[in-house]
Ligand binder design. Sequence first.
Ligand code: ZN
Length: 600
Amino acid sequence: MATAGGAARAIHYTIGASQPASHLFEVRCVVARPDAGGQRFALPAWIPGSYLIRDFARHVVTATAHCAGKAVAVEKIDKSTWQCAPCDGPLSFEYSVYAYALSVRGAYLDLRDGFFNGVNVFVAVAGQEHEPVGVTIEPPAGCGDWRVATAMTPAGASLWQFGDYAAADYDELIDHPVAMGRFDIVDFDVAGTAHHLVLSGRHRADTARLRRDVSAVCAQHAALFGELPDMGRYLFLTRVLGEGYGGLEHRSSSALMCQRDELPAGEEKVTKGYRRFLGLVSHEYFHLWHVKRIKPAAFTPYALHEERYTRQLWVFEGVTSYYDDLALVRSGVIETADYLALVGETLANVFSVPGHRVQSLADSSFDAWTKFYKPTPNTPNAVVSYYAKGALVALALDLLIRAQSAGRSSLDDVMRALWAQYGAHGVGVPEGGFEALCAEVTELDLAPFFAAAVHGTEPLDLTGPLRDVGIVLTERADAPGRVALGCKLKKHSATVGAVFRHSAAERAGLAPGDHLVALDGLKISGRNWSELLKPYRSGDTATLHVFRRDELLALDATFDDAPPRKWRLKIDAAAPPDCAARREAWLGTAVGGASAPINA
Ligand code: ZN
């Protein structure tokens, strides 16, 4: 029933599935007081946190409407909107949604489990987006033993059970993803609030270890901001897979996808995979403040029918990417050397591809919709990641503030000010607002830094700032003396994925999609490529046979030295003691320091 649970709200959704093997969710939206001129319903074109037009309405298969037992005409009037004929009395709009997208941004349903975001399945009722809504989540047919995991407010449903839920408005409704199936649930507490790490999918993870490490990372973020946002409880909805990775933040939960072999299985050391999983957890949890509450004015409120532009995505994703790894070392979950290795990897990701010389962080943010989120073979030459370079700029900024203020201020102070001034009050950060607040909080002239790092394309100098905290940064070739062609092959294949600008490959005429056949008459497989290059030296020439579509080409290539591919950060044991003290204050490794780790 539309008003199950006795919650007679003006808008009520019921979601179920009569044949889960068809991957179809069936949804009914009952509107007590429909628009007298004819009610419109619409699905969002994008999901907050992921800046790509996805047109969720394309997954709607059928749509009908009824009033007082009689059919009401429904007409689609644009890609995302349905128009119902006028009717007198409560209107029921029924539709089915195909759900077989294994993604934190999509909806999924099979005989084993289900998942959806509100934007995938709940239509907005035009003109009534601010009305409170009720939701009945029914078990898919034959799945009575499943449980439900969502941070949505129960309105009669018991913990982890199907039944009635509620949201204050449409904005809240679509910010509580729902997982259903069979779970393992790891409970812990952060600053007095219940937290749950929900694991679906096959795994044999050491849940005690997960509880210890994840709670320590969460507590670290809570300590940085000084308080948790107001929320009843927090859920990490985690789908464990053989292969896959992703995360999406929400106001009191996050949706994660991770690989089975990334979860701890009894070993004491933090493996590379586990470090990646903890980094993901840390990243999405930081968004609880920074993105979900401190957000660009352009997203306040969200307008989900079309693109919304901001030059600040680097502030949100870049700063978050800086703190996600930093929190791992500050909370004591990883060692300093591991943290420095992560920074080295980020440096390689940004500076070993040419795009950082072409696109600024501000432009990368602005064009996220059509560039970062729509990669092509030319992306490495034209685009810089506002995540990765943004994280490095945040690192450089933090070290600069610490150095110029003689340790009195840091980026931590800026984050707390962002929370106090914007996030805690739901005020959007205007364009340029972060830069202005940095200057205000630190009383430093940071304009030249931002002009170069955010609006320019010159390489970022981290050597000096790192030396100031007793860390030596070196760039070196993967294998000194080796040559390179300057192209990237697709995984496990001899097909060219990308050709870097100004490279030997570009000069030779190699193009994305070319299939490499032979180098000086020797067969090329995806695996032996670096072996084949070994005998050559910079300036040597070779004949490269490739297929472009179905035509065989012979290209003359002249090799270059392989560029630096590795950035190594190492603690300088001989650095003066004040450098070590600054490093400990920054990494929170000093006992009783300003950023001392808080282990929950
Ligand atoms: Zn993020």
